[in-house]
Design a protein around this ligand. Structure first.
Ligand SMILES: [Mn+2]
Length: 325
């Protein structure tokens, strides 16, 4: 298990105690200088992109804290995630202009541009969904010559037009597509549900993205068919995975800013994630965790931690294949 330890003493039982030690994401080494890193776990404690913020900027450190006990062998994937690549906690994106959403978007983009320029694949922990737009832009400018694919889990399609006076939390995917950052023909949105603010809310997605799979549709065809559809669309093209925790039913994930009833269950989500192994995943994020809304066992933070572990495998295997090619 020495490889499995990722530099840790795996024989020490306290390695698996999330409450023991100075917390980092997945108990990875803290390397704010971006050294010795293939996959960077990065906090983006910013939630002023959302006018109903509900304290998502607390999410970053809360997930860091809980994920501290998830430096583990992956049972379902039968793999040691930390033997695939050098995985580090790169710390938090500077948010010196946190009270200004547009300036913050530029700060986030600048930080992720440094990360990508260093050859590091980013896995971000939000913050609200406003953080994803600048991350995608940084990847496009520094490491991807062409618009790339996107898998977007969310109960909302986050594709409304920019709100007056500022870019904002609700439109990162439409904006990214219109800016030529992501390729809408390789964009899949999964899990949308709930009452709509306006009847035309989903129109842009239905007209532009490769597949718009609502929660109802996903239930009707089943997780395996969703996976098959995604794999057919993506092929081996680079793809980014953005995960809004509110796609999960609030019974399982109450700690989100904008819960919607009747959502997907974790077991359905994880079956889909498992099905994405082999895709060319270049980065990922988990967003919209709101610790004050979570339950007493921190179910939502635990789900976020397991998702991070899964994402490390997806990105790590993609990098390993790229190295071998
Ligand atoms: Mn969202």
């Amino acid at each position: 298990m020495s490889e499995a330890s990722g530099g840790l003493d795996a024989n020490s039982v306290s390695t698996y105690f999330w409450w023991w030690g100075v917390p980092t994401f997945l108990r990875c080494p803290y390397r704010p200088d971006l050294s010795e890193t293939d996959i960077g776990l990065i906090g983006v404690p910013h939630s002023f992109g959302n006018p109903a913020a509900r304290m998502q900027h607390f999410g970053t450190n809360a997930i860091r804290n809980r994920s501290n006990g998830y430096h583990r062998f992956h049972r379902e994937f039968a793999i040691d995630p930390f033997a695939l690549a050098r995985v580090s906690d790169l710390g938090d994106t500077p948010v010196a202009n946190a009270l200004n959403p547009d300036m913050s978007a530029d700060d986030i983009e600048a930080f992720f541009a440094r990360v990508c320029a260093a050859g590091i694949a980013p896995i971000a922990v939000g913050g609200d969904h406003a953080v994803t737009g600048p991350i995608l832009r940084a990847i496009r400018k520094t490491s991807q010559a062409k618009p790339f694919g996107l898998i977007h889990f969310d109960s909302h399609n986050d594709a409304i037009p920019p709100m007056p006076a500022t870019r904002n939390h609700a439109g990162p995917f439409r904006m990214s597509a219109e800016e030529g950052v992501i390729d809408p023909r390789r964009t899949v949105q999964i899990g949308m549900r709930g009452a709509m603010a306006t009847p035309d809310m989903d129109d842009w997605s239905r007209e532009n993205v490769a597949a718009f799979i609502t929660t109802n549709e996903a239930m009707k065809i089943g997780p395996e068919a969703v996976v098959a559809r995604v794999r057919e669309i993506m092929g081996d093209h680079p793809v980014y995975l953005s995960f809004d925790l509110d796609v999960i039913d609030p019974v399982f994930a109450p700690g989100v800013a904008t819960p919607e009833v009747n959502g997907l269950m974790p077991r359905e989500i994880f079956r889909m994630i498992q099905g994405f192994r082999g895709l060319n995943v270049i980065g990922a994020d988990v967003v919209c965790y709101s610790p004050p809304m979570d339950d007493r066992i921190q179910n939502t933070a635990m789900l976020a931690s397991q998702l991070l572990l899964d994402f490390v495998v997806l990105v790590g295997e993609a990098r390993q294949r790229a190295r071998a090619a």
